[in-house]
Design a protein. Structure first.
Length: 202
């Protein structure tokens, strides 16, 4: 009888666990569903933020996106590591994460725009130097226009190669910008749910 009783008790526990609602992204079931949703997207933002930190290695064009990655890493870490486990707690934490997300989104957007503008203005400067070089050669009568064209072509190729090298960083920055906007919205929703005293997720 003892073995049968233990067997039935084990079956009951298995049955309860099988029908228990799953938790998302390691979230606490006692928190409102808005908190769990913010935590899930926070983990994704954290991952992309860490990747965009590599922008520091690209110099000035990638530095602003890297700063955005720093803000994103802080926002995601706050939610994933320090998120509330009980109803009614964590409103201020979600406000802080929302602010970090907004700052990260601004930096990633500005960094992406800066990289594109840098490429366009650099090519424009190379072309202006090429025209100036040809004009100088024509006035001097040395006939060095071909050398001006070759030099400008080489510089343009180097700049374009640099941009191609930075394309992954640009892509991650754009995706991070989108995710950070979503996270800011979800953090605001989580803050409202916490302040309203909303109970655990169903």
């Amino acid at each position: 009888m003892g073995f049968i009783g233990r067997h039935r008790s084990s079956d009951a526990r298995v049955g309860r666990s099988a029908f228990a609602p799953p938790t998302m992204c390691g979230s606490a079931p006692n928190a409102p569903k808005e908190v769990s949703s913010a935590k899930c997207i926070g983990g994704t933002v954290l991952g992309f933020g860490i990747v965009t930190l590599l922008g520091f290695a690209l110099g000035a064009p990638g530095a602003l996106s890297a700063v955005g990655g720093l803000f994103a890493t802080i926002a995601g870490s706050m939610l994933c590591c320090c998120g509330p486990k009980e109803p009614g707690k964590g409103a201020c934490l979600h406000v802080a994460a929302m602010v970090m997300s907004i700052l990260g989104a601004i930096c990633h957007a500005a960094g992406s725009a800066w990289l594109i503008i840098w490429y366009i203005t650099t090519l424009a400067a190379i072309e202006a130097d090429r025209v100036s070089c040809r004009d100088t050669c024509s006035e001097s009568g040395f006939g060095c226009g071909d050398a001006c064209d070759a030099s400008a072509g080489l510089l343009s190729a180097v700049v374009t190669a640099g941009l191609i090298f930075m394309i992954p960083t640009l892509a991650f920055a754009i995706v991070s910008f989108i995710l950070e906007i979503i996270l800011a919205v979800k953090c605001n929703a989580a803050k409202r749910a916490i302040e309203s005293g909303k109970g655990p997720q169903a």
